[in-house]
Design a protein around this ligand. Sequence first.
Ligand code: ZN
Length: 400
Amino acid sequence: MAAGGLSRSERKAAERVRRLREEQQRERLRQVSRILRKAATERSAEEGRLLAESEDLVTELQGRSRRREGLKRRQEEVCDDPEELQRKVRELASAVRNAKYLVVYTGAGISTAASIPDYRGPNGVWTLLQKGRSVSAADLSEAEPTLTHMSIARLHEQKLVQHVVSQNCDGLHLRSGLPRSAMSELHGNMYIEVCTACTPNREYVRVFDVTERTALHRHQTGRTCHKCGGQLRDTIVHFGERGTLGQPLNWEAATQAASKADTILCLGSSLKVLKKYPHLWCMTKPPSRRPKLYIVNLQWTPKDDWAALKLHGKCDDVMQLLMDELGLEIPRYSRWQDPIFSLATPLRAGEEGSHSRKSLCRSREEPGPGDRGAPLSSAPILGGWFGRGCTKRTKRKKVT
Ligand SMILES: [Zn+2]
C-alpha cells in the first residue's frame, strides 16, 4: 500500500487528471492571450464571453504585458532636446558651484566615447551576451581618457570635486591625471597587478592589460613579485565577487567620501550595481539629510526617483556644456603626460613574453616594449576583465 492510502493505479489516475487540467489551463491561457491581442471591435461574441469568464487570466496577462513594456522602456536610450539639456546643465552648474562636498560616481557610459563598450546600453557587452551574440573587443590599449575623464580631473584640481568613485576597470581616470587618493576604482584596474603576500601589498602598475589569463575566481596573472617571488594577481572584481583589496579599490575613501558628500553626480552608470552598495547612498541617514543626487545617463536608472535632477544626454556632451557654463577649460589628454608611464614598473628580463596584449606607448606609432605586435581590434573578447566575468554570469543565469 502506498503513502496516503492510495493504490498505485489510483495515484496514476490522479496524476493523469492533474496533467489534463494543467493542459486545459495552458490552452485557455493561449486562447485568452490570442483574443487579447485582437482589437476589441474584432472580437466575436463567443470570444467576448470567454474573456468575461476568465477574468483572472486576463488580469494576469495584462500585468505581464505591462511589465514587459516597462522593462522595454527602461532599456531605451532617451535624449533631452538641446534647450532642455542646456537648462538642466545650468541647474547642474549651480549645484556644482554650491556643493560643499561633491562626489562623482562613474560607470561605463563615460568610456564609450573611448570606444570601450558599456555593459547595459543597447550595444553593451551585457546586452549582446544576453541576446546570445558574440562581442568584439575594441582595442583597449588604444583607448584614451575622454572629455568627461579630463573634465573630472580638472574639476578635482579646481576643488569642485572631492572624490571619484568608479565602476570602470579601464584605468582611464588614473590616466587622466586624477590623483590616486581622490579615486576609488571599486571593480579594479586592468593595468594593476598586486602581490598580496607582501605586507603592505606590493602594487605593480603595467602599461598593458594584465588580465588576459584571469577570470572569475581566478586572478593569478602568471607573473611573480620582484621582492618575494609570490604570484601576482589582478585587481578585478567580477560579478558575484567581493572586492577586498585596499588599492586600487580604495573602499575606505569611497565610504568616507559618501558620508561627507552633500552632492553626488552620477555619470554614465545604470546604477544597477552601485545601488547595491548602501554605504554609497547614505541609506542610514534620514532622507532629508542624504546628499542631493544628479544623474547623467541615457537610460533609466533605479535612482531616478530620488534624483534632484536627471539629465538624459551623452556624458561628453553634458560635461562640455557644464565646463562652458563653469567657465573652465577642459585639458586635452596627452600621452606624453599620461601618469601611467611614470607609475609603471617595467617587466624584468625574461618576462617580456608573459603577455600578448598590446602595450601602451607614449606615441601612437612606436610599438610598446615587449610587444608581439598582435592588434586586438577585431578579436572576440575571450579572456580578461571584459569577457569572462560577463560570460560566466550569463551562463550561470541560464542554468537557474
Ligand atoms: Zn611580494
